[in-house]
Design a protein around this ligand. Structure first.
Ligand code: SF4
Length: 378
């Protein structure tokens, strides 16, 4: 138990302090940091080149300069990232990758060259049609282009063996994370919603090898603990991300147990297991093609609703909590589709509109509390 508490404290502190954690990781590994914009980028290639990939998922800067470059109705992740880029917060990064999952990111990519002239982002084009004959070749071509650009930045090509090794490490990390989300659901009083989030988030700032060893040790320590119950509802959480921490604290206060998540910042990063056959690059490409139920990868049959229903059933959850990130168009477009399916299945939904930087979460407190009370009566 004491080992679990120590690891929980260490990883959650790391997740809560990105800047300090990145600085520590750089010092410990001797690596230069490479910034990765949301949602998914080929981190394995960055790692294989000898960089420390770090996630750039917004922050809480005072917005002063960004309105010259992007509209006020862009999401706060992109506004924060750009503000921090302009004011020099990212000057320490050796490189930066910006993918094109949505219109906001395309605008950022175009404007970054003007707004932050000393940082030259590497673009990463996102596949739109994953079901055509040429889809695999398209993703492989994008990976090859990215690999070349990272190699040029590094001053030497990224070798096949280094990519194989990095991919194996990332697969190990992803398997450990899938195990962690299951282990956390067994002990929801210990791994509260806030701690769960911070522990998962810490992976964006720590070298993957170091982080994977720690999360495996935590999984073992959690497995040795007796199963726990909380007084509140058991839920599946869906959306882009669930932040800020003060928002998650409201769930903790009301005894919610997060039984699983479909958050882009969390499980969507690691829930898709790679195929067994092929080179590392082919397996990376297939992970893109095989990801299901994801807002950011188009599917004709829109499987997110079915996936959420299955998650509720498999985990014995009571409801789905939707964390709708303000101004995130892709997530907003998906909502009516899966809501209809959850309604038809009689699964209660708590819909909450959030932003990373909220002056107060008090308006959400009553809704989270009353939803728990409503479920306890049903
Ligand atoms: S619109 Fe959504 S997907 Fe695009 S950057 Fe903003 S939060 Fe991310």
């Amino acid at each position: 138990m004491s080992q679990a508490i120590e690891l929980i404290r260490e990883l959650s502190d790391a997740g809560a302090s990105p800047k300090a954690t990145i600085a520590k990781s750089m010092k410990e590994t001797g690596k230069e940091a490479f910034g990765c914009f949301p949602i998914y980028v080929p981190e394995e290639i960055i790692y294989a080149a000898g960089y420390l990939p770090v996630g750039l998922w917004g922050g809480h800067p005072d917005i002063k300069r960004v309105d010259r470059y992007i509209q006020s109705f862009c999401c706060s992740i992109m506004r924060s990232n750009m503000e921090m880029g302009i004011r020099g917060d990212y000057d320490f990064l050796a490189g930066l990758v910006i993918p094109t999952y949505c219109d906001s990111m395309k605008a950022i990519l175009a404007n970054w060259w003007v707004a932050v002239p000393n940082a030259k982002p590497i673009p990463f084009s996102v596949i739109q049609n994953r079901a055509s004959k040429g889809s695999l070749d398209f993703v492989l071509a994008q990976l090859a282009t990215f690999r070349k650009a990272v190699g040029e930045l590094r001053g030497e090509p990224v070798s096949d063996q280094a990519i194989e090794d990095a991919f194996a490490l990332y697969e190990d990390y992803r398997a450990a994370m899938r195990a962690f989300t299951k282990a956390a659901a067994r002990v929801p009083a210990t791994i509260t919603p806030t701690l769960r989030h911070l522990i998962i988030k810490a992976a964006y700032y720590i070298d993957k090898k170091v982080y994977t060893e720690k999360i495996k040790a935590l999984n073992e320590a959690l497995a040795a603990m007796p199963e726990e119950r909380t007084e509140g509802p058991k839920v599946i959480v869906t959306g882009l991300l669930a932040e800020p921490e003060s928002f998650l604290d409201l769930f903790t206060e009301n005894g919610y147990a997060f039984m699983g998540d479909d958050l882009a910042q969390e499980s969507r990063q690691f829930r898709t297991e790679a195929r067994k056959e092929g080179t590392a690059l082919e397996r990376m490409a297939y992970r893109v093609l095989d990801q299901r139920g994801d807002t950011f990868y188009y599917e004709d049959d829109k499987s997110r609703g079915t996936m959420l229903k299955n998650m509720v059933k498999e985990t014995g959850s009571d409801a789905v909590v939707v964390c709708m990130y303000k101004f995130c168009d892709p997530e907003e477009f998906d909502y009516p589709v899966y809501k209809k399916e959850l309604d038809e299945a009689g699964i209660p939904i708590l819909y909450l509109e959030i932003e990373q930087k909220m002056d107060s979460v008090e308006s959400l407190r009553t809704r989270i509390q009353s939803f728990a009370e409503m479920l306890s009566l049903s």
